[in-house]
Design a protein around this ligand. Structure first.
Ligand SMILES: Cc1cc2nc3c(=O)[nH]c(=O)nc-3n(C[C@H](O)[C@H](O)[C@H](O)COP(=O)(O)OP(=O)(O)OC[C@H]3O[C@@H](n4cnc5c(N)ncnc54)[C@H](O)[C@@H]3O)c2cc1C
Length: 286
């Protein structure tokens, strides 16, 4: 394999590398890319190394009007330690915390987690429940924004075109002082360094009487792509989180499972994945 690495330091350098590059891949934390390169069939290509890019829209986590902008190069560790995310988006903080090991979390980026488009991406699953938007920068300097529900087009596939890079993720903050019931549940075959067998992210807004005002629920490792369980969310809207009936909990869980089309693989059977998903879906009310 013959590849060269270019490390743009600013946006102008990045755009130039993207315009001039014929056959290139981006590298951020390299925790997925190194594995991908082992399977790479092409023998000659360039890696555009994003790790030295000094551009705040890629590197920083900032509040913006209506929510939060997370640069695609923000690491899982930075997300775990961000106070605003911990307070307003617990599902994302917990998902970042559950990713791999502390060493990997120091380098693994949120952009890499999205762009690798694994059905079991932990931060990607949380961002789906949070109904995030993906901000994409093209080699000609233009940007476009895609809702995360339209970002994944298949396993390991996204809407990103050849000369496009993910710049940042925009997470909407519906209401600052709203009560939240938000979290991330990951079931693996062991406690750490493990991709999910099944995962579930939920982000539920409550009024002061614990009635559900808005719900976002997403499932990971259960289908070819991460999925937003829209009908399950609609079903529980208006219910009271504390007094929701057993029947409604089970109906909700069944609706979540209806979005799953899992495979049987070395880590779990399709049947087991659906059973676990049903049970963890019900458990979010307990
Ligand atoms: C031992 C181990 C355990 C792991 N455990 C977990 C886990 O528990 N949960 C989990 O979700 N993941 C896990 N992973 C996968 C990985 O760590 C994450 O997906 C990580 O977030 C990827 O980020 P990265 O910065 O390393 O991406 P990279 O490896 O640098 O890139 C991944 C892919 O995204 C592309 N890319 C990166 N950034 C951009 C961008 N800004 N724009 C366009 N394309 C881009 C790259 O070209 C590449 O195709 C694990 C990996 C390993 C090696």
């Amino acid at each position: 394999m013959d590849f060269k690495i270019t490390s743009p330091k600013n946006k102008a350098g990045l755009l130039k590398a993207m315009q001039e590059g014929k056959n290139f891949r981006f590298g951020a934390g390299y925790t997925d890319l190194l594995m991908e390169l082992k399977k790479q069939e092409e023998t000659s290509f360039t890696i555009i190394n994003l790790a030295q890019l000094n551009d705040k829209t890629f590197t920083e986590i900032n509040t913006i009007s209506g929510g939060l902008r997370i640069g695609s190069l923000a690491t899982a560790a930075e997300i775990v330690n961000d106070k605003f995310i911990t307070q307003h988006f617990p599902a994302l903080q917990e998902a970042a915390h559950s990713l791999a090991s502390s060493q990997i979390r120091e380098v693994a980026t949120i952009g890499g987690n999205l762009c690798t488009a694994s059905p079991s991406g932990d931060m990607a699953c949380a961002l789906m429940a949070l109904e995030a938007q993906c901000e994409i920068l093209s080699a000609n300097g233009k940007t476009r924004t895609v809702p995360i529900s339209g970002f994944f087009t298949g396993p390991r596939k996204t809407v990103l075109q050849k000369k496009e890079v993910l710049r940042s993720v925009l997470v909407p903050l519906l209401e600052k002082n709203r009560k939240l019931h938000s979290g991330f549940i990951k079931v693996g075959t062991r406690r750490s360094m493990e991709c999910s067998v099944v995962s579930l992210a939920y982000h539920i807004h409550l009024d002061r009487n614990d009635s559900i005002v808005h719900a976002g629920v997403a499932i990971g490792a259960s289908a070819p792509t991460i999925r937003f369980a829209k009908t399950a969310c609609d079903l529980i809207s208006g219910n009271n989180l504390k007094t929701i009936s057993q029947k409604d909990k089970e109906e909700f869980a069944a609706k979540v499972v209806s979005y799953a089309s899992p495979i049987t693989d070395i880590r779990a059977t399709a049947w087991y994945r659906k059973e676990v998903l049903f049970n963890i879906s019900k458990s979010i009310f307990e």
